[in-house]
Ligand binder design. Structure first.
Ligand code: NAI
Length: 332
Protein backbone atom coordinates (compact mmCIF):
# COMPACT_ATOMS: atom_id res chain seq x y z
CA UNK A 1 0.00 0.00 0.00
CA UNK A 2 1.23 3.49 -0.85
CA UNK A 3 1.56 5.78 2.16
CA UNK A 4 1.72 9.45 1.59
CA UNK A 5 4.33 11.05 3.80
CA UNK A 6 4.03 14.71 4.56
CA UNK A 7 7.21 16.47 3.60
CA UNK A 8 8.38 19.90 4.52
CA UNK A 9 9.91 21.80 1.72
CA UNK A 10 12.91 23.99 2.44
CA UNK A 11 13.06 25.46 -0.98
CA UNK A 12 12.17 29.11 -1.21
CA UNK A 13 8.72 30.10 -2.32
CA UNK A 14 7.92 33.05 -4.51
CA UNK A 15 6.77 34.96 -1.42
CA UNK A 16 10.18 34.77 0.20
CA UNK A 17 12.69 34.68 -2.65
CA UNK A 18 14.17 38.03 -3.47
CA UNK A 19 17.05 39.50 -5.39
CA UNK A 20 18.77 42.26 -3.45
CA UNK A 21 21.46 44.40 -5.09
CA UNK A 22 23.98 46.37 -3.01
CA UNK A 23 25.62 49.23 -4.95
CA UNK A 24 28.85 50.21 -3.22
CA UNK A 25 29.30 46.72 -1.77
CA UNK A 26 33.08 46.98 -1.32
CA UNK A 27 32.85 49.97 1.01
CA UNK A 28 32.99 50.38 4.75
CA UNK A 29 29.21 49.99 4.93
CA UNK A 30 28.84 47.79 1.85
CA UNK A 31 30.94 44.90 3.14
CA UNK A 32 29.28 44.32 6.53
CA UNK A 33 25.88 45.10 5.00
CA UNK A 34 26.48 42.37 2.41
CA UNK A 35 27.43 40.00 5.21
CA UNK A 36 24.24 40.74 7.15
CA UNK A 37 22.08 40.41 4.02
CA UNK A 38 23.68 37.01 3.36
CA UNK A 39 22.18 35.98 6.71
CA UNK A 40 18.66 37.09 5.72
CA UNK A 41 16.74 34.04 4.52
CA UNK A 42 14.43 36.08 2.31
CA UNK A 43 17.42 37.07 0.18
CA UNK A 44 17.97 34.29 -2.34
CA UNK A 45 20.02 36.24 -4.88
CA UNK A 46 22.55 38.70 -3.46
CA UNK A 47 24.04 40.94 -6.11
CA UNK A 48 27.11 42.91 -5.06
CA UNK A 49 28.30 45.82 -7.19
CA UNK A 50 31.11 48.35 -6.81
CA UNK A 51 33.60 50.22 -8.98
CA UNK A 52 36.08 47.59 -7.90
CA UNK A 53 36.40 44.73 -5.46
CA UNK A 54 32.81 43.46 -5.39
CA UNK A 55 33.72 40.01 -6.83
CA UNK A 56 36.09 39.54 -3.88
CA UNK A 57 33.45 40.50 -1.32
CA UNK A 58 31.00 38.17 -3.10
CA UNK A 59 33.40 35.22 -3.10
CA UNK A 60 34.03 35.77 0.59
CA UNK A 61 30.43 35.99 1.84
CA UNK A 62 29.30 33.29 -0.61
CA UNK A 63 30.97 30.66 1.58
CA UNK A 64 28.49 31.30 4.39
CA UNK A 65 26.06 28.38 4.22
CA UNK A 66 22.74 30.17 3.77
CA UNK A 67 20.43 29.64 0.86
CA UNK A 68 21.36 32.61 -1.34
CA UNK A 69 23.49 32.78 -4.42
CA UNK A 70 26.00 35.64 -4.29
CA UNK A 71 27.55 37.30 -7.32
CA UNK A 72 29.94 40.23 -7.55
CA UNK A 73 29.94 42.73 -10.41
CA UNK A 74 32.25 45.41 -11.79
CA UNK A 75 31.03 48.44 -13.81
CA UNK A 76 30.97 46.57 -17.13
CA UNK A 77 28.27 44.30 -15.63
CA UNK A 78 26.09 46.86 -13.83
CA UNK A 79 23.10 45.91 -15.98
CA UNK A 80 23.36 42.28 -14.93
CA UNK A 81 23.82 43.30 -11.29
CA UNK A 82 20.51 45.17 -11.39
CA UNK A 83 18.30 43.15 -13.71
CA UNK A 84 15.51 41.45 -11.76
CA UNK A 85 16.36 43.15 -8.47
CA UNK A 86 13.46 43.43 -6.04
CA UNK A 87 15.38 45.73 -3.70
CA UNK A 88 18.38 47.95 -4.43
CA UNK A 89 20.38 49.31 -1.49
CA UNK A 90 22.79 52.15 -2.24
CA UNK A 91 25.68 52.90 0.14
CA UNK A 92 27.96 54.11 -2.70
CA UNK A 93 29.81 57.38 -2.21
CA UNK A 94 32.35 59.12 -0.03
CA UNK A 95 31.92 59.34 3.77
CA UNK A 96 32.62 62.32 6.02
CA UNK A 97 35.93 63.35 7.53
CA UNK A 98 36.21 65.28 10.83
CA UNK A 99 34.73 68.76 10.58
CA UNK A 100 32.52 67.93 7.59
CA UNK A 101 28.73 68.03 7.56
CA UNK A 102 26.76 65.58 5.44
CA UNK A 103 25.97 68.44 3.10
CA UNK A 104 29.71 68.81 2.37
CA UNK A 105 29.47 65.43 0.62
CA UNK A 106 26.90 66.72 -1.83
CA UNK A 107 29.25 67.60 -4.68
CA UNK A 108 30.76 64.13 -4.92
CA UNK A 109 27.83 61.94 -3.96
CA UNK A 110 25.12 63.71 -5.95
CA UNK A 111 26.52 62.57 -9.29
CA UNK A 112 27.29 59.06 -8.02
CA UNK A 113 23.72 58.61 -6.83
CA UNK A 114 22.26 60.23 -9.97
CA UNK A 115 24.15 57.82 -12.22
CA UNK A 116 23.23 54.75 -10.18
CA UNK A 117 19.60 55.89 -10.19
CA UNK A 118 19.69 56.11 -13.99
CA UNK A 119 20.96 52.56 -14.17
CA UNK A 120 18.31 51.39 -11.70
CA UNK A 121 15.58 53.08 -13.76
CA UNK A 122 16.84 51.38 -16.92
CA UNK A 123 17.42 47.88 -15.58
CA UNK A 124 15.22 47.44 -12.50
CA UNK A 125 12.38 49.96 -12.78
CA UNK A 126 10.15 48.07 -10.32
CA UNK A 127 12.69 47.66 -7.54
CA UNK A 128 12.34 49.23 -4.10
CA UNK A 129 15.32 51.56 -3.76
CA UNK A 130 16.89 52.28 -0.36
CA UNK A 131 19.31 55.20 -0.24
CA UNK A 132 22.08 55.25 2.36
CA UNK A 133 24.47 57.62 0.53
CA UNK A 134 24.61 61.05 2.15
CA UNK A 135 23.28 63.68 2.27
CA UNK A 136 20.13 61.55 2.35
CA UNK A 137 17.92 64.67 2.56
CA UNK A 138 19.16 65.57 -0.94
CA UNK A 139 20.11 62.22 -2.51
CA UNK A 140 16.57 60.85 -2.16
CA UNK A 141 15.08 63.80 -4.12
CA UNK A 142 17.86 63.30 -6.69
CA UNK A 143 16.76 59.71 -7.25
CA UNK A 144 13.12 60.80 -7.46
CA UNK A 145 13.95 63.39 -10.13
CA UNK A 146 15.95 60.88 -12.17
CA UNK A 147 13.10 58.36 -11.99
CA UNK A 148 10.59 61.06 -12.99
CA UNK A 149 12.70 61.96 -16.00
CA UNK A 150 12.76 58.28 -16.98
CA UNK A 151 9.03 57.82 -16.35
CA UNK A 152 9.65 55.18 -13.69
CA UNK A 153 9.03 57.12 -10.47
CA UNK A 154 7.04 55.15 -7.94
CA UNK A 155 6.90 57.15 -4.68
CA UNK A 156 5.96 54.00 -2.81
CA UNK A 157 9.29 52.41 -3.61
CA UNK A 158 11.86 55.05 -2.74
CA UNK A 159 13.30 55.17 0.77
CA UNK A 160 15.94 57.22 2.53
CA UNK A 161 17.46 55.01 5.21
CA UNK A 162 17.21 56.85 8.55
CA UNK A 163 17.31 53.71 10.68
CA UNK A 164 20.70 54.57 12.19
CA UNK A 165 19.09 57.54 13.91
CA UNK A 166 16.52 55.15 15.34
CA UNK A 167 19.22 52.76 16.59
CA UNK A 168 21.18 55.61 18.15
CA UNK A 169 18.05 56.99 19.80
CA UNK A 170 17.30 53.61 21.42
CA UNK A 171 20.85 53.23 22.62
CA UNK A 172 21.35 56.77 23.92
CA UNK A 173 17.94 56.92 25.66
CA UNK A 174 18.77 53.66 27.41
CA UNK A 175 22.09 55.07 28.60
CA UNK A 176 20.36 58.09 30.14
CA UNK A 177 17.44 56.15 31.63
CA UNK A 178 19.48 53.09 32.61
CA UNK A 179 17.15 50.74 30.76
CA UNK A 180 17.57 47.91 28.26
CA UNK A 181 18.11 49.48 24.80
CA UNK A 182 16.52 46.45 23.17
CA UNK A 183 13.18 47.54 24.60
CA UNK A 184 13.55 51.25 23.90
CA UNK A 185 11.53 52.14 20.83
CA UNK A 186 11.98 55.75 19.76
CA UNK A 187 10.28 57.23 16.71
CA UNK A 188 12.67 59.55 14.89
CA UNK A 189 11.16 61.85 12.28
CA UNK A 190 12.18 64.67 9.94
CA UNK A 191 15.32 63.97 7.94
CA UNK A 192 18.81 62.56 8.29
CA UNK A 193 21.21 65.32 9.29
CA UNK A 194 21.72 67.49 12.36
CA UNK A 195 18.66 69.57 13.23
CA UNK A 196 16.45 67.69 10.78
CA UNK A 197 16.71 64.59 13.01
CA UNK A 198 13.85 64.82 15.52
CA UNK A 199 13.44 62.04 18.11
CA UNK A 200 9.95 62.03 19.59
CA UNK A 201 10.91 61.44 23.21
CA UNK A 202 7.47 62.57 24.43
CA UNK A 203 6.10 59.37 22.88
CA UNK A 204 8.46 57.18 24.96
CA UNK A 205 8.36 56.35 28.66
CA UNK A 206 10.83 59.17 29.26
CA UNK A 207 8.70 62.24 28.72
CA UNK A 208 9.52 63.67 32.14
CA UNK A 209 13.27 64.13 31.66
CA UNK A 210 14.40 67.55 32.88
CA UNK A 211 14.94 70.04 30.06
CA UNK A 212 18.73 69.98 30.30
CA UNK A 213 18.97 66.18 30.13
CA UNK A 214 16.39 66.07 27.34
CA UNK A 215 18.21 68.70 25.26
CA UNK A 216 21.57 66.95 25.69
CA UNK A 217 20.00 63.65 24.67
CA UNK A 218 18.35 65.13 21.58
CA UNK A 219 21.61 66.81 20.62
CA UNK A 220 23.48 63.51 20.95
CA UNK A 221 20.94 61.72 18.74
CA UNK A 222 21.13 64.50 16.14
CA UNK A 223 24.92 64.66 16.11
CA UNK A 224 25.84 61.12 17.18
CA UNK A 225 27.42 60.49 13.79
CA UNK A 226 30.07 63.09 14.65
CA UNK A 227 31.25 60.92 17.58
CA UNK A 228 32.13 58.16 15.14
CA UNK A 229 33.67 60.50 12.55
CA UNK A 230 35.90 62.02 15.25
CA UNK A 231 36.87 58.68 16.78
CA UNK A 232 37.78 57.28 13.35
CA UNK A 233 39.91 60.40 12.89
CA UNK A 234 39.76 60.74 9.12
CA UNK A 235 39.13 57.07 8.33
CA UNK A 236 35.42 57.54 7.62
CA UNK A 237 32.06 57.59 9.38
CA UNK A 238 29.75 54.97 10.85
CA UNK A 239 30.00 51.72 8.92
CA UNK A 240 29.25 48.81 11.26
CA UNK A 241 26.28 50.34 13.07
CA UNK A 242 25.10 51.63 9.68
CA UNK A 243 25.37 48.15 8.19
CA UNK A 244 23.16 46.85 11.01
CA UNK A 245 20.73 49.71 10.39
CA UNK A 246 20.73 49.07 6.63
CA UNK A 247 20.19 45.36 7.08
CA UNK A 248 17.32 45.99 9.48
CA UNK A 249 15.64 48.42 7.10
CA UNK A 250 16.18 46.21 4.03
CA UNK A 251 14.81 43.28 6.03
CA UNK A 252 11.71 45.32 6.85
CA UNK A 253 11.20 46.22 3.17
CA UNK A 254 11.46 42.51 2.31
CA UNK A 255 9.02 41.58 5.10
CA UNK A 256 6.61 44.09 3.61
CA UNK A 257 7.05 42.79 0.07
CA UNK A 258 6.39 39.29 1.41
CA UNK A 259 3.03 40.46 2.76
CA UNK A 260 3.82 40.26 6.47
CA UNK A 261 1.61 42.30 8.77
CA UNK A 262 2.46 45.39 10.78
CA UNK A 263 5.92 46.01 9.36
CA UNK A 264 6.63 49.56 10.52
CA UNK A 265 9.92 51.49 10.32
CA UNK A 266 10.63 55.19 10.13
CA UNK A 267 11.96 56.23 6.71
CA UNK A 268 12.50 59.40 4.65
CA UNK A 269 9.89 59.09 1.93
CA UNK A 270 7.76 61.05 -0.51
CA UNK A 271 5.32 62.12 2.18
CA UNK A 272 1.91 63.79 2.26
CA UNK A 273 2.50 65.11 5.80
CA UNK A 274 3.89 68.57 4.98
CA UNK A 275 3.58 68.78 1.20
CA UNK A 276 1.29 71.77 1.48
CA UNK A 277 4.20 73.58 3.16
CA UNK A 278 6.62 72.63 0.39
CA UNK A 279 8.28 69.70 2.21
CA UNK A 280 7.98 66.92 -0.35
CA UNK A 281 10.00 64.34 1.57
CA UNK A 282 9.81 63.70 5.29
CA UNK A 283 10.76 60.85 7.60
CA UNK A 284 8.08 59.35 9.76
CA UNK A 285 6.85 55.88 10.61
CA UNK A 286 5.92 53.98 7.46
CA UNK A 287 4.00 50.73 7.18
CA UNK A 288 5.68 48.57 4.55
CA UNK A 289 3.63 46.31 2.30
CA UNK A 290 3.67 44.28 -0.88
CA UNK A 291 3.86 47.44 -3.01
CA UNK A 292 6.39 49.27 -0.83
CA UNK A 293 4.95 52.12 1.26
CA UNK A 294 1.52 51.04 2.45
CA UNK A 295 0.89 53.88 4.87
CA UNK A 296 2.76 57.00 5.91
CA UNK A 297 1.91 57.56 9.57
CA UNK A 298 1.21 61.00 10.95
CA UNK A 299 3.47 62.22 13.72
CA UNK A 300 0.98 61.68 16.53
CA UNK A 301 0.83 63.88 19.60
CA UNK A 302 3.85 66.17 20.00
CA UNK A 303 5.14 68.26 22.89
CA UNK A 304 5.47 72.01 22.38
CA UNK A 305 9.24 71.55 22.25
CA UNK A 306 8.94 68.91 19.53
CA UNK A 307 6.67 71.21 17.52
CA UNK A 308 9.52 73.73 17.57
CA UNK A 309 12.08 71.13 16.51
CA UNK A 310 9.86 70.02 13.63
CA UNK A 311 9.49 73.61 12.48
CA UNK A 312 13.28 74.04 12.36
CA UNK A 313 13.68 70.66 10.64
CA UNK A 314 11.20 71.62 7.92
CA UNK A 315 13.03 74.87 7.14
CA UNK A 316 16.29 73.00 6.55
CA UNK A 317 14.60 70.12 4.72
CA UNK A 318 13.01 72.44 2.16
CA UNK A 319 16.50 73.72 1.26
CA UNK A 320 18.09 70.26 1.23
CA UNK A 321 15.35 68.82 -0.98
CA UNK A 322 15.48 71.78 -3.34
CA UNK A 323 19.23 71.39 -3.67
CA UNK A 324 18.77 67.80 -4.89
CA UNK A 325 16.01 68.75 -7.32
CA UNK A 326 18.06 71.66 -8.70
CA UNK A 327 21.11 69.44 -9.13
CA UNK A 328 19.27 67.10 -11.48
CA UNK A 329 17.79 70.04 -13.40
CA UNK A 330 21.26 71.57 -13.88
CA UNK A 331 23.07 68.26 -14.40
CA UNK A 332 20.59 65.85 -15.98
P1 NAI B 1 33.35 54.01 1.72
O1 NAI B 1 34.21 55.01 1.04
O2 NAI B 1 34.00 53.09 2.69
O3 NAI B 1 32.62 53.11 0.65
C1 NAI B 1 31.94 53.66 -0.43
C2 NAI B 1 31.98 52.65 -1.57
O4 NAI B 1 31.24 53.21 -2.65
C3 NAI B 1 33.41 52.36 -2.08
O5 NAI B 1 33.62 50.96 -2.10
C4 NAI B 1 33.40 52.96 -3.46
O6 NAI B 1 34.21 52.25 -4.40
C5 NAI B 1 31.93 52.86 -3.82
N1 NAI B 1 31.54 53.73 -4.92
C6 NAI B 1 31.88 55.03 -5.16
N2 NAI B 1 31.33 55.44 -6.31
C7 NAI B 1 30.62 54.40 -6.80
C8 NAI B 1 29.83 54.20 -7.96
N3 NAI B 1 29.67 55.18 -8.85
N4 NAI B 1 29.26 53.00 -8.14
C9 NAI B 1 29.42 52.02 -7.24
N5 NAI B 1 30.14 52.14 -6.12
C10 NAI B 1 30.74 53.31 -5.92
O7 NAI B 1 32.17 54.80 2.42
P2 NAI B 1 31.13 54.27 3.53
O8 NAI B 1 31.67 54.52 4.87
O9 NAI B 1 30.72 52.90 3.16
O10 NAI B 1 29.91 55.30 3.32
C11 NAI B 1 29.15 55.29 2.15
C12 NAI B 1 28.08 56.38 2.18
O11 NAI B 1 27.13 56.13 3.20
C13 NAI B 1 28.62 57.78 2.45
O12 NAI B 1 27.98 58.69 1.61
C14 NAI B 1 28.21 58.03 3.89
O13 NAI B 1 28.09 59.40 4.17
C15 NAI B 1 26.88 57.33 3.93
N6 NAI B 1 26.41 57.03 5.28
C16 NAI B 1 25.06 57.07 5.48
C17 NAI B 1 24.52 56.82 6.71
C18 NAI B 1 23.06 56.87 6.91
O14 NAI B 1 22.61 56.82 8.06
N7 NAI B 1 22.23 56.93 5.88
C19 NAI B 1 25.38 56.51 7.87
C20 NAI B 1 26.77 56.42 7.54
C21 NAI B 1 27.26 56.69 6.29
Amino acid sequence: MFTKIATRSFSSTSASAYKVAVLGANGGIGQPLSLLLKLNHKVTDLSLYDLKGAPGVAADVSHIPTHSTVRGYNPENLKEALTGADVIVIPAGVPRKPGMTRDDLFNTNASIVRDLAKAAADHAPNAAVCIISNPVNSTVPIVAEVFKSKGTYNPKKLFGVTTLDVLRASRFVAEVANTNPVHEKVTVVGGHSGVTIVPLLSQTNHKSLDAETRDALIHRIQFGGDEVVQAKNGAGSATLSMAQAGARFTGAVLDGLAGENDVVEPSFVDSPLFKDEGVDFFASKVTLGTEGVKKVHSLGELSGHEEELIKTAKETLIKNIQKGVEFVKQNP
